[in-house]
Design a protein around this ligand. Structure first.
Ligand SMILES: Nc1ncnc2c1ncn2[C@@H]1O[C@H](COP(=O)(O)OP(=O)(O)OP(=O)(O)O)[C@@H](O)[C@H]1O
Ligand SMILES: [Mg+2]
Length: 99
């Protein structure tokens, strides 16, 4: 694997739009994440934060846009490939809580 330098783009999200019927969850969203960078997605309830993460993880498929991960561009992310590439996530709601 090629050496990664600080500032290299690891994840490049371009012009993502995601709709659920008439609900526009994401409209033309672009950002990137670079080596050694910490990024946060912020916004009010329903802004589309979880939907964006779900696009990156391949749980949702956006109608428009592309996601490039370490130089490989996808229209649809494959969840298994994403996990194997080292992207991890936690979920907002636990399916079962006994605590
Ligand atoms: N599977 C789905 N089916 C239909 N609509 C959805 C679905 N997932 C998200 N949405 C809608 O997309 C919009 C964005 O929701 P999302 O859950 O991504 O927001 P969020 O920023 O994560 O909100 P919160 O701060 O409450 O977690 C909302 O209008 C939501 O109702
Ligand atoms: Mg959320």
């Amino acid at each position: 694997m090629a050496e990664r330098k600080i500032g290299d783009v690891i994840l490049d999200v371009q012009n993502i739009s995601l709709r659920f019927g008439g609900v526009k969850a994401l409209t033309d969203i672009s950002f990137d994440v670079r080596e050694h960078e910490v990024r946060a997605i912020i916004g009010p309830n329903g802004a589309g934060k979880s939907s964006m993460l779900n696009c990156i993880n391949g749980v949702y498929t956006p109608q428009e846009g592309s996601i490039t991960l370490r130089g490989q561009t996808f229209k649809h992310m494959n969840s298994r490939q994403v996990a194997e590439s080292g992207i991890a996530r936690t979920f907002q709601k636990r399916p079962c809580s006994r605590a």
